[in-house]
Each structure stands twice: as structure tokens, then as C-alpha cells.
Design a protein around this ligand. Structure first.
Ligand SMILES: [Zn+2]
Length: 645
């Protein structure tokens, strides 16, 4: 995920959403989010006078108003971050109340600013000021009607609250008498190999979504109403306006990127399907070539790494090393893992993290109080009060997550000299991609370089790449379709009577998965995915999944890497680091293609890097598929909600 601040700015909503959006599992594929600050704004008396002036404002007035607004937002953001940090680290009724109060101040201020900013509509500004007005507008939300505002905030918190409290409490079967949280269900779906059990918990978790449907209709209507107040066609168009191009062009852009990667996804899909048939039998997999959605190791079939034991090559040497085992054997503790992450950035030429980072972060789950354990990266004062909040476990996936989070922190610090409205990722996909770009460099050769292993093991490249692809390639269509669905709902193209049908139409079209049991419009399956009730935009994860490979390829070029792309580690390369820093320190001050160009020399998002990275795997998959006599692809059902049973 991105910083809460980025969320608030781009997604428009209230801090309540921002705050909680970060404290929840973002998604298993892309481990975490990074909170930080939020656009707040308590009513400060001196900020109001601009709106009281009548007549055409002058350029000087516009400049003054903007400066004042940035100062106000910055101050409130810092205060809000502190309240949110305390809340996340000491969950009590009091800290929740304090955070909620900060939220209310934000909404009030946003509404006021949305009204005031209209005064400057149609004025011509110098480029920097013009960009600030654009970004400010994209961060605001306006519902002038008090009842609408109340409904909106109530709906926002009740939908997200329902997801957070959601449980499946079966009255029959193996889990009778228990109530399963989403965490329990994720564990079951990761490890169970019993198709009946998988089907049961898959269906069971979706009972959380159904009761949200009526409220969700009004919630989406109100958002589009708010977006129209600010001059956007609907809220989907407003979300898509965050990418320095017209909304329709952005839709075409993500579709173009999808077309680039689709052949790779299709090959992986066909191969995994064959292996699942071997495991579960022909009936257990699906119709028309689609895969049953509950058999892929994850409640949403969004990342498939958990079924590696079923689908991985049987005669393989595997990765050749076990990082979890090494960390334990070498007695590397939580703090030690963070030092490895910091050390990577230092090796690229970045300054060490400030002393306060080590004093104020949370690295270990406390024994005596409730905290939000979900990993996140914070920038409390928008300067250098950087923090990590994570209940680190000594295991390989947390080693990667630490790098991901620190990517947010180093980005935040790199742009801290920018004006407030430019303190953000070039676009929200960039913020998510940085840490993962670094993590792609965690190769066996790198582990030897930093002394975690003594010799570079005889790894099997297919095993290494397949494990990566089950998460990063399998995620692509999922990352794409969440907002495709929401854009259609926001625009009215999909009506409430067809919510679930439209959802499954996209799931079948892009992912090639089908429900294990028949779904109807009495269900609301989108509601069973956190980012829908929490209202968090999702396209950033799709973009990050593509961008991280593009960044990585560019840095590998700078580091003079030769050989297959996936064997590159740019650890220790100052030249690659300097280029990365150039991009990071721009923040959001320029359109993202200019930032991209600093690092890569390219001004378009380009999936050819992820294709190059996985090229050896693609060749291997195609060979396996041909040997099995399997043609990649599937045919979506005429009734997309029809299940296997
Ligand atoms: Zn993140």
C-alpha cells in the first residue's frame, strides 16, 4: 500500500479511512502498506478569510491562499499522524476517540477548502502553482449537504467496521462452534488440501459481504456526488485523474499493460491448472478451462505462492537455501533484520536512518497491549521522524517486507524538502514499487555478499522464478480488476442489481477463475475483499507490480549487470543508487513520466521488464504445457455466477 497521506490525497476520503486502511492487511500478495500522515485540517480561523472575499482574485492572492493552505494541511497532518501512531500502538477506547476527533476536523476542513478553491477556477497560473491546485483538488472531497456528509462518514466507518469485525461461525462441520476471522481463514486456505473444507471456508467468508450491499449502493452514490461537486464526471474518473493524463487514457493505459503481460499469465494459469487436476482430479478444477477460485491457496485467489508445494517441479533442487533457517541459525533478531534492510539502502549511497527511527519504531509485538501488527511505514513530521511499525517474525517473507517498508521510508525522506502538496510518490504505484524493487535484488549472490550464506547454492532457476511468479504474476489480473469493477459502479455502467454478476464477469475474464458454488445477487462478493468496504483504490498495486521490474531493470543496467535479469543484484552500486535518489527526491512535483525518465530513461510504464525477468520461466511453462497437451486459455461462462456445484 501507499502512505495514508497518499491515500487521503488521492482517494479523497476522510482520515478515518486513511487511518484504518493502513492498519489492515493490504493484501497477501503485496504485504503491507505504509501509513504516515494524512491531509488533515482543523479549522484555523485565519484560513477562512479568503472565502469571504468577493470578486476575481489576483495571482498574489492565489499564491497566498495556497501557501496558507499548505501550512495548515501540514500542521494538521503532523498532529493527525501522532494521534494515529498512538492509536495503532496503544489500542484503547481513548486513543480511538482521539483519532476520530482528528478525522472530523479533517472532513470539516476539506469541505471548507473545497468551497474556497472554487474561487480560483479558470485562473491561469505558473506551472508549479497550477500543479498544486490540481493536486489539492484531487485530495479534497465535498458534500455540501450536511445529511450527505453524515451519511458518508457513517457508511464509511460501518462498512469498514463490518469487515474488520467479520467472522465466519459455522454451525456444522469441522469448525463447528468456532468463529473464524479472516486471519484464520487465510491460514486454512494456505494449508488445507481438502477441497470440501476449502469450499466451505471460501463460501463462509463471503457471508461477511452480503449484508453490506444496500449500504454500499448509497456509499458509492455519495462519492460520485462529491466528485461531481468538484467537477469530475464521477468518483472513478476522479481516481483516474491522479495519473497526469485524462481518465479515459489511463483506462486504456492499464489495459495496454495488461495485454503485454497476459501471455505470461495465461501460461502460468494453464500450468497451474494441470497440476491442480493432478492433485484434485478433473472435477475439482473447473469448467471451460477456468480454475476453481478456492483451490489457489488464498481467499481471493490473488496470490498463489501457498500452493507451491502442489504445483512446483517435483525433481527440483528448489531455491537451494532456506532463508528462514539461516536467520534463525545466525541468531539474527528483529532489529538485525531491519539493519539488513537499511544496509541495502546505505550501500546505494543513502544516508543512514535517523537515530529517532531506532528509538521510536515498533519492531517486536508487545506482550502487554494490543497493537495494530500490520506492517506500515510512517513519516510523522513530514521531515525526518520516520518510523516502522511491524511485528517482525524471523522468517524469509518478513525479511522481504522489511525492505518493502523501508522503501516507503526512504522515499518519504527523499522528498521531504518539497512543498507539502508534492510530498508524495510520483504516482501511487511508484510508492509501492520502491521497496519491492530493492527486494528483487535479494538473490543468492546477494545473500553471500552480506554473509548470510557461505557459498552461492546450486539453485534451480525454475524453482526461484516459479515461486516469484505464483505471487507476482498471478496477482496481475486481480490487481487490475478490482478497480475496473469499481469504475463501472461509480459511473453507473453497472447497476446495483448486477453488482455480483459484474464482479464475476471480470474475475472470469481476467483471472480465469470461477466460483466453487453458484453465486447470486443475494451475495455481495466484492465486500469480502478489504479494499472494497475500506474504499482503498487498488490500481496502485497493479502498477507497482509492473513498475518494480521496470525500475529494477534500469538499476541493473546502471550497475552493469550482464546475464539473465533475475540474477541481478545492484547491492552496493552507488551509480544506480544516485539515479534512484534523483527520482525519489522529485516526489510528486512533476508529472510521473518525468520522474520515471530520471531513473529509467523511459517515459512510459512498460511491462517488457517483468516479461524479461520471467522469460526463462515462460519458456519452461510453455514446454510443460505443450508436453501435457494443454492449450493455455479458458472460456468465460455465459452465466458468470454459475458455480461448479
Ligand atoms: Zn507498501
Amino acid at each position: 500500500m501507499t502512505t495514508p497521506r497518499a491515500l487521503c490525497l488521492t482517494a479523497l476520503i476522510s482520515v478515518a479511512l486513511c487511518a484504518t486502511a493502513f492498519s489492515q492487511p493490504a493484501d497477501a500478495a503485496n504485504p503491507d502498506p505504509a501509513p504516515a500522515s494524512s491531509v488533515a485540517a482543523a479549522q484555523s480561523e485565519n484560513a477562512v478569510h479568503a472565502s469571504n472575499t468577493t470578486g476575481k482574485p489576483t495571482l498574489a492572492e492565489a499564491e497566498q491562499w495556497m501557501a496558507q493552505t499548505e501550512t495548515e494541511l501540514n500542521d494538521l497532518t503532523v498532529k493527525l499522524s501522532r494521534a494515529q501512531w498512538v492509536q495503532a500502538n496503544f489500542i484503547t477506547d481513548d486513543t480511538e476517540e482521539m483519532s476520530a476527533e482528528a478525522n472530523e476536523r479533517l472532513i470539516t476542513a476539506q469541505t471548507r477548502l473545497a468551497e474556497q478553491v472554487k474561487r480560483f477556477d479558470g485562473m491561469k497560473f505558473p506551472p508549479e502553482l497550477d500543479r498544486k491546485f490540481k493536486l489539492l483538488k484531487l485530495s479534497l472531497f465535498s458534500l455540501p449537504d450536511k445529511k450527505d456528509r453524515e451519511d458518508f462518514t457513517r457508511l464509511a466507518s460501518s462498512l469498514e467496521g463490518d469487515y474488520g469485525k467479520g467472522q465466519y461461525c459455522p454451525t456444522t462441520g469441522k469448525f463447528t462452534g468456532k468463529c473464524l476471522s479472516i486471519g484464520d481463514i487465510e491460514k486454512i486456505m494456505a494449508s488445507s488440501r481438502d477441497p470440501e473444507e476449502l469450499k466451505e471456508v471460501w463460501v463462509g467468508w463471503r457471508t461477511v459481504g452480503a449484508p453490506m450491499r444496500e449500504r454500499y449502493v448509497r456509499f458509492m452514490d455519495l462519492q460520485s456526488k462529491g466528485a461531481r461537486e468538484l467537477g469530475f464526471k464521477d468518483m472513478g474518473a476522479m481516481w483516474r485523474s491522479n495519473y497526469d493524463m485524462p481518465p479515459d487514457q489511463f483506462s486504456a493505459e492499464v489495459e495496454r499493460l495488461w495485454q503485454q503481460v497476459q501471455p505470461l499469465y495465461d501460461s502460468l494459469h494453464a500450468y497451474v491448472r494441470t497440476q491442480l487436476i493432478k492433485q484434485y482430479g478433473a472435477d475439482a478444477v473447473g469448467r471451460n478451462g477456468m480454475i476453481r477460485a478456492d483451490l489457489l491457496g488464498n481467499p481471493w485467489a490473488q496470490a498463489w505462492g501457498n500452493v507451491y508445494d502442489i504445483v512446483g517441479p517435483k525433481d527440483s533442487k528448489g531455491r537451494g537455501y532456506d532463508l528462514t533457517g539461516i536467520l534463525k541459525e545466525k541468531k539474527i533478531n528483529e532489529l538485525g533484520m531491519v539493519h539488513y534492510g537499511e544496509n541495502f539502502f546505505k550501500s546505494l549511497g543513502f544516508a543512514p536512518l535517523p537515530k529517532t527511527f531506532w528509538e521510536r519504531s515498533l519492531f517486536v509485538k508487545p506482550r502487554d497491549r494490543d497493537v495494530v501488527c500490520h506492517a506500515s511505514a510512517w513519516d510523522i513530521d513530514n521531515k525526518d521522524d520516520l518510523r516502522l511499525k511491524m511485528c517482525i517474525q524471523i522468517r524469509d517473507e518478513d525479511f522481504v517486507t522489511v525492505h518493502h517498508e523501508l522503501g516507503h521510508n526512504f522515499y518519504q525522506r527523499a522528498y521531504n524538502h518539497q512543498p507539502f502538496l508534492f510530498q508524495n510518490g510520483a504516482n501511487d504505484g511508484f510508492h509501492e514499487a520502491i521497496g519491492d524493487t530493492i527486494a528483487l535484488s535479494i538473490t543468492p549472490a546477494y545473500l553471500k555478499q552480506v554473509g548470510l550464506i557461505d557459498t552461492v547454492p546450486q539453485s534451480d532457476d525454475t524453482a526461484l522464478l516459479l515461486k516469484q511468479a505464483l505471487d507476482k504474476v498471478a496477482f496481475l489480473p486481480f490487481g487490475l480488476l478490482i478497480d475496473q469493477w469499481r469504475w463501472q459502479v461509480f459511473s453507473g455502467q453497472v447497476q446495483p442489481a448486477d453488482y455480483n454478476k459484474a464482479w464475476w464477469t471480470l474475475r472470469e475474464k481476467y483471472q480465469g477463475v470461477m466460483p466453487p458454488v453458484t453465486r447470486t445477487e443475494a451475495d455481495f462478493d466484492p465486500g469480502a475483499k478489504y479494499h472494497i468496504p475500506a474504499n482503498t483504490p487498488y490500481m496502485r498495486y497493479f502498477l507497482a507490480d509492473i513498475l518494480e521490474f521496470q525500475f529494477y531493470r534500469a538499476m541493473c543496467r546502471d550497475a552493469g549487470h550482464t546475464g539473465p535479469l533475475h540474477t541481478c543484484s545492484f547491492f552496493g552500486n552507488k551509480q544506480a543508487g544516485a539515479k534512484l535518489n534523483k527520482m525519489l527526491e522529485m516526489g510528486m512535483s512533476k508529472p510521473w513520466p518525468e520522474a520515471l525518465k530520471e531513473l529509467t530513461g523511459e517515459d512510459h510504464m512498460d511491462a517488457s521488464a517483468i516479461m524479461e525477468y520471467f522469460a526463462p520461466l515462460k519458456a519452461w511453462l510453455d514446454k510443460q504445457n505443450a508436453a501435457a497437451g494443454v492449450t493455455p486459455g479458458w472460456t468465460p461462462d455465459s452465466n458468470p455466477q454459475a458455480g461448479l456445484y
